[in-house]
Each structure stands twice: as structure tokens, then as C-alpha cells.
Design a protein around this ligand. Structure first.
Ligand code: SF4
Ligand code: SF4
Length: 82
């Protein structure tokens, strides 16, 4: 999963581009739900939130390092639930 750092300026542009509805407004800044973030695997070649973020504050989350296979499985599970 990716994570949003405190550099976030709450510009709102990342939330609508997430194919997994993983991004939402938190207490102070936007947050990514690691259970829903597939790093865009299963939907796009590149993480869409990283592409649109104007301040580049969405790095990989070192607490949630996942293989491509794990991310693809997660994408499949989320699609089945939807
Ligand atoms: Fe959503 Fe993709 Fe960003 Fe993860 S990397 S939060 S799935 S837009
Ligand atoms: Fe924050 Fe970047 Fe999302 Fe804007 S695009 S709300 S700065 S994480």
C-alpha cells in the first residue's frame, strides 16, 4: 500500500481517482486505507494518486510492503465484494 504523509495540502484531487475508494479525509489530512490500496494493481499501470498529487506526498508505506501477487489478490477480493 501507499501512504499519505504530512506534506499533504488537502487539495482533494487524489480521492476521486482511486479505483478502490481507498482514500478519504482523515482527522487532519487525507488518508489511505491499506486494506483497500492495491497500489492500483488490477486497474492501472501506475498509482493514480501519485500521478495527480501536486506535492508528491504519497510514498510506499514501509509498514505495508506487498508483492505484486498479494496486491493482485487484494484487487480481486475487492472486486468480488463490490
Ligand atoms: Fe488508490 Fe491506487 Fe492510490 Fe492505492 S495507489 S490509494 S489504489 S489510487
Ligand atoms: Fe493530499 Fe496529495 Fe491527495 Fe492532494 S493529492 S489531498 S496533497 S495526498
Amino acid at each position: 500500500a501507499l501512504k499519505i504523509t504530512h506534506e499533504c495540502i488537502n487539495c482533494d484531487v487524489c480521492e476521486p481517482v482511486c479505483p478502490n475508494a481507498a482514500i478519504s479525509m482523515g482527522a487532519e489530512i487525507y488518508e489511505i486505507d491499506p486494506a483497500r490500496c492495491t497500489e492500483c494493481v488490477g486497474h492501472h499501470d501506475e498509482p493514480q494518486c501519485q500521478i495527480v498529487c501536486p506535492v508528491q506526498c504519497i510514498p510506499h508505506d514501509p509498514a505495508h510492503v506487498e508483492s505484486n501477487e498479494t496486491l493482485a489478490d487484494k484487487a480481486e477480493r475487492l472486486k468480488q465484494k463490490a
